[in-house]
Design a protein around this ligand. Sequence first.
Ligand SMILES: NC(=O)c1ccc[n+]([C@@H]2O[C@H](COP(=O)([O-])OP(=O)(O)OC[C@H]3O[C@@H](n4cnc5c(N)ncnc54)[C@H](O)[C@@H]3O)[C@@H](O)[C@H]2O)c1
Length: 266
Amino acid sequence: MSIKDQVAIVTGSANGIGSAIARRYGREGCKVVVADIDSNGANAIANEINSDGGVAIAVATDVSDEAQVNSLFESAVSEFGTVDILVNNAGLISPMKHFLEADKNWWDMIVGVNLTGTFLCSLAAGKLMAKKGGGCIINMSSGGATRAHRCFVAYDATKGGIEAMSRAMALDLGPYGVRVNIMTPGSIDTTGISEEGRKLRGTNIPLGRIGEADDLAGAAVFLASQDAQYITGQSIVIDGGMLAQQRSATVDIRPPSEFPKLEELS
Ligand SMILES: NC(=O)c1ccc[n+]([C@@H]2O[C@H](COP(=O)([O-])OP(=O)(O)OC[C@H]3O[C@@H](n4cnc5c(N)ncnc54)[C@H](O)[C@@H]3O)[C@@H](O)[C@H]2O)c1
C-alpha cells in the first residue's frame, strides 16, 4: 500500500481529519502540501511533518477562491514538480441553522467552500493529472449525504452534491487514468467534546465509540495507493457502523446491553 514519493495536496489540513491525513501521508513518505485558510495552523502541521522526517510545505488557501486554488497548484508544482493525490477535505460544518432561519449568505458561504471548493480544486487537479495520465482525487463527504442532520440543510446538500459530483468526475476522468473516490466519515471527534459527550455518542455507534481523526487516515492511504488502482466512483464509509443501523442502540428492540454474555455462549 505504498504512496511513497507521491505528491499530495490535502485541503483543510491545518486541523482535524485533514491534519491526521497529512501527518499520515508524511509518515508514508509522501510529499505533502498542507493547504488551509488557517495559515498559522497549516504552517504548524507542515513544520511537524518536516520535523518528524517527512517533507511538507504549507500554502495558505481559501478553496472557494479560484485564483487562490490556481496559485496553490502552481506552488505545489513549483516545489515538488507535480501533484499525484488531491484530498478535498476542507469543509465548513458550522454555523448550523434551522431551515426557517436560513438565508442566502449562509447558503452561499457553505456551498462556496464545500461544493465549489471541491469543484475548483478537482478541476485544477484533473487537468494536471489528465495531462500526465494518472492521479487520484479523494472527496470528503458525510453521512449527511444520505441521512440528514437536523439544522444542516446547506451542509447536507453540499455533501450529497459532492457524492454525485465525484461519480460524474470518475466517469469523465477515468479514460485519462484519474480515479475519483469518496470518504464518508461518521461522528468524528475533531472539536474535543467532553468525556460525557463522547460516551453518549459512542453508545449509539455499533462499534461502541466515537471516531478519531486518525481513523480516517488508513482509508486515505488505501484509496491513494496502487492497491486501489481499479477502484473509482466509490465511497468508503468510515463510521463505526452508524449508517448501517435502522434504530440507534438506545432505542432498539434488543439493545446491546441485552446481547448474549460471552460466558453464556455454548
Ligand atoms: N468531524 C466529523 O464528524 C465529520 C463527519 C463527516 C464529515 N466530515 C468532513 O470531514 C472534513 C473535515 O472535517 P473536520 O471535522 O476535520 O473539520 P475541522 O473544522 O476540524 O477542519 C476543517 C478545516 O478546513 C479548513 N477550512 C475551512 N474553510 C476553508 C476554506 N475556505 N479554504 C481552505 N480551508 C478551509 C479549516 O481551517 C480547518 O482546518 C470536512 O469536509 C467535514 O465535512 C467531518
